[in-house]
Write a protein that binds this ligand. Structure first.
Ligand code: 3PG
Length: 384
């Protein structure tokens, strides 16, 4: 895979596919990790004599139509500030003479998701001489701007993409990796099946939280009251549990949980898992579970985490996620964390990214990569 070098970059007109798909609330960016993460590559291109830089990204899921609330114009100022360079916003795929230009949301154009090569034809009108993929977080999608330049231009991996691959590749082994613990949370089991299967073979421990745990608990025969879970995935959960029975990896479920009638409720209770019933809803790990998970974390030599273990955006249900983040921050182990909600939790609870070994910008991409899937955006860079 080609990586950035002064020879490649000097004098080039570069198209850079980034993923600046940041969370927005009423037009404001609430968490900017993915913008910051683009800076090293863009800085490198500027410092090594790229003549012109066309930055591409998607933002949200506008479904192929122009959606003003999802205009990439909102990214221009923060990106300019971080780079210390003026970035010009281009409302389409045409260029100007500015050195660095950020184009409109790729997903306003239905051809992006459809991987329609005519969008690449149009972008080739910018006369690029180099394509850089720095969008790890969308590299699991075979979208036009992610894979479509492979047979048109020299294609290189950006620094972020390279850093993500370097940080996570050691955990793609097929053999057991001593001291490895996986923490998996979030809502849905289906996106995490490959990850769970991969780590059943390699990890010492897998710690489960979030609504994902409710599906496993239900599959074990526990009543989860009115909690969010996926009844249609019970068989899948059972299959995964059977797989863990045949290996030496511990699959750990909550033994107690924080319950309330609804998320707005200030009346919460720590309930042993066997006592959950009726209208109760599980919103976080209970203190006994947190304690036992922290014991396991303290003995791990590497910890990988994707997905909050509770409804961490609501303060009464944030304890599990916050305490486990603190345990990782205190740990001398290699710590790799990812997933959009987990990034938000890191920011909300006042942690800094430097407290962890690697903070992945990927959500689905991290799951797919660690689950051993070939990511189209990476495969395209390796194509002859
Ligand atoms: C993400 O948020 O995980 C990436 O930006 C990919 O977005 P998508 O799931 O909408 O393709």
């Amino acid at each position: 895979m080609l990586t950035l070098s002064p020879t490649l970059v000097s004098g080039a007109t570069v198209i850079v596919r980034t993923d600046m798909n940041v969370p927005l609330s009423q037009g404001h960016i609430t968490e900017d990790t993915r913008i910051r993460a683009c800076v090293p590559t863009l800085r490198y291109l500027l410092d090594h004599g790229a003549q012109r830089i066309h930055v591409l990204t998607h933002l949200g899921r506008p479904k192929g139509t122009t959606t003003p609330d999802l205009s990439t114009e909102v990214l221009v100022q923060p990106l300019s500030d971080l780079l210390g360079e003026s970035v010009e916003f281009r409302p389409d795929f045409t260029g100007s003479t500015s050195r660095i230009q950020l184009h409109q949301n790729l997903r306003f154009d239905p051809r992006e998701k459809a991987n329609d090569p005519t969008i690449i034809d149009e972008l080739m009108g910018l006369s690029p001489t180099l394509f850089v993929n720095d969008a790890f977080a969308v590299s699991h999608r075979a979208h036009a701007s992610v894979v479509g330049f492979a047979d048109r231009l020299p294609c290189a991996a950006g620094h972020l993409l390279q850093a993500e691959i370097n940080a996570m590749s050691p955990y793609l082994a097929s053999q057991r990796i001593e001291g490895l613990t996986l923490i998996v949370g979030g809502a849905k089991i289906d996106t995490k099946i490959p990850l769970l299967k991969q780590f059943a073979a390699t990890a010492d421990h897998v710690l489960v939280g979030g609504a994902l745990a409710n599906t496993f608990l239900s599959a074990q025969g526990y009543d989860v009251g009115q909690s969010l879970y996926q009844p249609e995935q019970i068989d899948t959960a059972r299959d995964i549990m059977c797989q863990f029975d045949t290996v030496h990896t511990g699959l750990h479920m909550p033994i107690d949980v924080i319950c309330a009638d609804d998320v707005q409720s200030t009346q919460t209770a720590d309930v042993p898992i066997e006592d959950v019933c009726g209208d109760m809803r599980i919103f976080d790990l209970g203190p006994h579970t947190i304690h036992s998970y922290k014991e396991i974390i303290a003995h791990a030599s590497a910890i990988i985490w994707n997905g909050p273990v509770g409804l961490s955006e609501f303060p009464p249900f944030a304890t599990g996620t916050r305490e486990l983040l603190q345990a990782l921050a205190n740990s001398p182990a290699t710590t790799i964390i990812g997933g959009g909600d987990t990034l938000q939790a890191i920011a909300d609870f006042g942690f800094t990214q430097s407290q962890f070994s690697h903070v992945s910008t990927g959500g689905g991409a991290m799951l797919a990569f660690l689950g051993g899937e070939a990511l189209p955006g990476i495969t395209a860079l390796s194509a002859e």
